[in-house]
Design a protein around this ligand. Sequence first.
Ligand code: 5AD
Ligand code: SF4
Length: 469
Amino acid sequence: MKTKCLYINTIGCQMNVYDSEQIAKILTPLGYKMNSSIEFADLIIVNTCAIREKAEQKVFSFLGRIAGLKRKKPGLIIGVGGCVAQQEGERILERMPHVDLIFGTHAICRLPYLIEKIEAERCSIVDVEMSEAIEEFESVIESPLDKTDPKVTSFVTIMRGCDNFCTYCVVPHVRGRETSRFPESIASEVRGLVKPGVREVTLLGQNVNSYGKKEKLASFTQLLALVNEIDGLFRIRFTTSHPKDLSDDLISAFKDLDKLCNHIHLPVQSGSNKILKKMNRKYNKELYLEKIDKLRNNCSGIAITSDIIVGFPGETRADFEETLDLIKEVEFDGIFAFKYSDRPNVPAARFANKIAEQEKKDRLQTLLNLQEYFTTKKNRALVGSNELILVEGLSKKKVDSDDTQSKCQYVQWTGRTATNKVVNFIQSEATIPRDRILKGKIVNVKIEKAYSHSLCGKPTLKGEQSYAA
Ligand code: 5AD
Ligand code: SF4
C-alpha cells in the first residue's frame, strides 16, 4: 500500500491531544503516516477546540491559511474534527468550501470509513452524530500503537462528556453526556503503553471524580488503585477534578497509592459565592477552602493548581477582589486564568451585565501578576532540596551552569517533579556517566535555581545510585 502523509493540527486541551493520537492510530491501516511538514500532506486534520472564543478563531484562521495548499494539490483532503466541528457542523463548509470532512467528537471511530469514501468519491461529508455507546470509543483505542518514538508520558482518556452544565461552558453541548470506560479496558491500555516505555500516565476526564458512578463500574479511587498495580508504571496523574465531587476517599488516595503524584488540578473559577452560584458550580468558597485544607492535612507538600475565569457577566470589582483574596489565601502552585467569553447556546451568553473587554484584560493582568509572585515563591522554596525527577527527554532550553569549562559538551535533560514542576539538569561526568540515556528514568536532582516557570539543578549522586530505575 502506498504511504500517504497525515498532518494533524491539534488545538486545545489534553483530551484533544489524546484524540489526535487515536486519529493517527485509526488511520494507519489506510496507509496514513504522521508527518510534521504540512506541504507534504495528503490529509490535513484540524482537531478543534471551542472552549473559548480565541480557540475557535484560531481554527478558522488556520483553515483560511491552508486554502492555498488545496489549490496547489487538488487531491489533498482537509478534515475538521473536535468541538468546533461538533458545534458548527455544516456551517464550516459554508464558510470554508475547501474543507472535505466535518467529523464530530463521537465520529473518530468512523473516520476510516469516511476518509475512504472521500478518497473514492471526492465528496464532502458532515458526520456529527453523537452516541453514548462507549464501545465505539473502545474500538479506536484497541488499534495498534506506533512504537517508533516511545514516549515517557501519555494521556489516557477514562471518560468522555460532562453532565455538569456550568453556565459558561460549551463542553456538555459538544462532548455530550458523561460516559465512563470500563476499568479493565483502561488498565489494559495502560499496560500496552508501559510496554514500549511509557512511565507516567495522566488519566483524563472532564470530571474524573464522578468516574464510573452513573454506570456503577467502579469509583475513581478504585480505578486509581487498579492502575497503581501496573508493573513498570512509575507515576499516575489525573485531571480534571470538580471541587463538589472531590471525595475523602480520593483525598486519602494521595497517601495510600505510591504511584499517585502529589499534585491536584482543582479549578475554582471564582472566589465570589455570588459568581460561583451564577456559574452553577454547586459549591461555595468555604467548601472549596475546606477541601484544600483536607488535601494539605492529608498529603503535606501537595501541589495545587487551578483555573479561574475573570470578567464573568455581573462580576463586580468587589467580586474580583474576592478572587484575589482566595488566591492569597490558598497560595496556588500555578493558575490558568482566562477572560470570560460568550459561547454559543450556553446560558451565560444571555446573562446581563457583560464586562467590557478592557476591564477583563486589566483584571486578567492583575490576577496573573499576583499569581506570578506565589508561583515564584513556591519554586524558590525548593532551592536546596532533592527532588525525584522523571526524565522526559533532552531539554531544548539552555540553563545556566557554574561549571563553564565543558559547557558546550553538556547533555541537558528535562523532566518533572511529582508536583508537576519542570526541572532541567545537566548530565556531566561529575554526576552520571555521559553516555547513560536517562529518558524514562527517575533521577534524584538537587535543585539549585528557581525561575518563575521552571527549576534547574544537579543530579546528586555519582553513578548508578543516583537514579532509581
Ligand atoms: N470563557 C472563559 N473561560 C472558559 N473556560 C471554560 N469556558 C469558558 C468561557 N466561556 C475555562 C474554565 C475551564 C477551562 C478549561 O476553561 O476555567 O476550567
Ligand atoms: Fe465545563 Fe463545568 Fe463540565 Fe468542566 S465541569 S467541562 S467547566 S461544564
